[in-house]
Write a protein that binds this ligand. Sequence first.
Ligand code: FES
Ligand code: FE2
Length: 387
Amino acid sequence: MAISTEERDIIRKILDMVEQDTTHMLDDVMINPVANYTDPEQLRNETEILFREFPLIIAHSSQLAAAGDFLTHDDTGVPILATRDDAGEVRAYLNVCRHRGARIEDLPCGNSRRFTCPYHAWSYDLDGSLRGMPQPVGFDPVDRSERGLVELPAFERFGLIWVVPSPRTETIDIDAWLAPMADHLDGLELGNHVVFERWALHKDMSWRLALEGFQESYHFCSAHRHTACSNYLDNQSLWLNYRPHVRHAVPLPSVLELRDLPEDDWNYRKNFMTQNYLFPANFIQAMTDHVYIHTIIPTGPGTCAFHCMMLVPEQPGSEKAQRYWRKNYDVVRTVFDEDFAIGEGIQKGFGAGANEDVIFGRYEIGLHHGQKAINDAIAGKIAVPTK
Ligand code: FES
Ligand SMILES: [Fe+2]
């Protein structure tokens, strides 16, 4: 398959920068106040805006493969119950009973034709409608049709399930929101992938610090000296800013061999790791032959949850395939642990008051784009489009 114009341009620019012995740089450094990582008021704004009004990835499509499959998700602070209805549509609801507010479903996942509240056994269909209650005469004349589960915007795109964690009256245009990244993400065919591993970690660091680990590659050859460093060209990334989303292309050393090939024979995927940032907190990290999905969620001042999935193109059919993917998984867990150890140390250092700000270098470009987008969203200058 011919590569896209965008990918051809990325390769050309990388080869050109290597040739010129330079790297992708902005005109100036950026100073970011430490308060952005520590201030409870800042976190309140981030939670209320970024984590209530924008889509977050909560699952791979295969986790809700059949009608009645469900999962619950709580780390945003909003109790979410997601399911697939009989029409095959993914739906998400507040996991809260409309009688007196009990939590309806407590299991992390399962399959059910109906959700029944444990408190007084009001029951709800997969489409959220209130189906029944014991001794209904006691609730006359309440209109049952107005007591369905409160629905959250939910979408299935690129084989992933996205939820906006607050009820909305307008219809969100998810395709317009994701459009700048759609061709590249479609091409990954994540819907045909399988989940090899899925894990969640809770860390003592601002969600922003966890985010930043994916937004620059300047740290690879120090923080990951014995792991990721040799896999990539040192500090040679390129960023495409689709504000507020960002495509961060990190070249493998093998990209240099493309210099000797006609452009029509260039292959992007084999020569790059791509960290696709989908605002505000999702990463689709495409490796040469598999993909990681990360969603990073603040759980308090200086704490966050890191939800991750490793997707592989097919169910490992042999022990050899199993071993191959397991080895990749082990390496990535080690690399992430290296990042998290540093992030938790930074958070502690913030508390010590040594710095009033941090500096984003001219080539730590994803940090600049990410912080500016967060600032703009909090200021009301970025919103999800509606229909
Ligand atoms: S709170 Fe759910 S049935 Fe009463
Ligand atoms: Fe890292």
